[in-house]
Design a protein around this ligand. Structure first.
Ligand SMILES: NC(=O)c1ccc[n+]([C@@H]2O[C@H](COP(=O)([O-])OP(=O)(O)OC[C@H]3O[C@@H](n4cnc5c(N)ncnc54)[C@H](O)[C@@H]3O)[C@@H](O)[C@H]2O)c1
Length: 265
């Protein structure tokens, strides 16, 4: 597979997925620029460099992106938090990332989330054109990120791969993840394809492995980047089928526990 001709900027490098991607893409000898507000805890691979920066520091992020061909945007608030904590990195930060992409003619892979559509019922099947139904401020911030992708594509020709990640962990740990799990290997291969694909336009991709329990999401743009998941949560069906929340409200919706957080009775 071809190597990117320009450096790849990875935000959120010190987080769980960022560390995994640094290992996977660093092993390919890619030139990675890593950044995060937190120190990078692992050994930095050959060909990579790390610089700490806050996503709300516009000058720092614009400087880090100079000359990059792709921005893998994994940084920011990654769980449901009060609005005032989400707004800086996840709303303002997305402006900075897309401005950086516009100035450098770079492509963006945005780590979006299933929480953009969390209030769709599990009994229904939706596609990538279905309406957003965010299940919290975090999910709403991911809707904003996807809207920035659309805006910068139509207005400035900036390409995006908007990945609505289900649950990306080393292995599935509850019954919902039998549907939503995205293996680390499948995510790394998706990122690789998103970087090297000839063109992407503004693509939306459901980020799950080949899980037979995933009946909720269909119809996306994965063919544009030539990605197909290879792993499956099915090996965990016997072990995890009974590991539900026990809350009928939570079990009704695709977003899982987030739909019930801070909910008015
Ligand atoms: N893991 C999943 O299942 C999953 C599912 C859906 C979406 N995502 C998205 O993928 C991305 C990575 O997820 P993760 O599980 O590795 O989360 P994580 O919390 O482990 O990593 C996020 C990183 O962002 C950094 N960060 C937070 N605020 C920042 C700021 N102001 N400036 C710079 N860096 C900042 C954190 O220090 C952290 O290292 C996130 O954007 C998350 O929303 C993950």
């Amino acid at each position: 597979m071809s190597r990117p001709s320009r450096p790849v900027l990875l935000t959120g490098a010190s987080g769980a997925l960022g560390r995994m991607l640094t290992r996977a893409l660093g092993a390919k000898g890619w030139t990675l620029r890593l950044t995060d507000i937190a120190p990078f805890p692992d050994q930095i691979p050959d060909g990579a460099s790390f610089e700490a920066a806050d996503l709300v520091d516009r000058d720092a992020v614009l400087r880090l992106a100079e000359g990059c061909g792709t921005i893998l945007h994994f940084g920011g608030v990654s769980v449901e938090r009060p609005f005032d904590e989400v707004v800086g990195p996840n709303i303002g930060g997305l402006y900075t990332v897309y401005e950086a992409a516009r100035r450098n003619r770079a492509r963006v892979l945005f780590a979006s989330s299933n929480h953009t559509i969390g209030f769709h019922e599990r009994a229904t099947t939706i596609d990538s054109e279905s309406p957003f139904r965010p299940d919290g401020y975090y999910g709403a911030s991911k809707v904003w990120g996807e809207m920035m992708g659309q805006l910068y594509w139509h207005k400035h020709g900036v390409e995006s791969v908007l990945v609505r990640i289900g649950s990306s962990f080393p292995k599935p740990i509850d019954a919902r993840m039998l549907a939503t799990w995205l293996s680390y290997g499948d995510l790394a291969r998706l990122c690789e394809r998103a970087v090297v694909a000839e063109t992407t336009g503004c693509a939306v991709i459901w980020g799950t492995s080949r899980n037979s329990r995933m009946t909720w999401w269909t119809g996306d743009d994965r063919d544009r980047i030539g990605w197909e998941p290879q792993d499956s949560a099915d090996d965990f069906i016997v072990e995890l089928a009974g590991a539900t929340s026990g809350d009928p409200f939570v079990e009704r919706y695709q977003g899982g526990a987030y739909v019930a957080l801070d909910r008015s009775a």
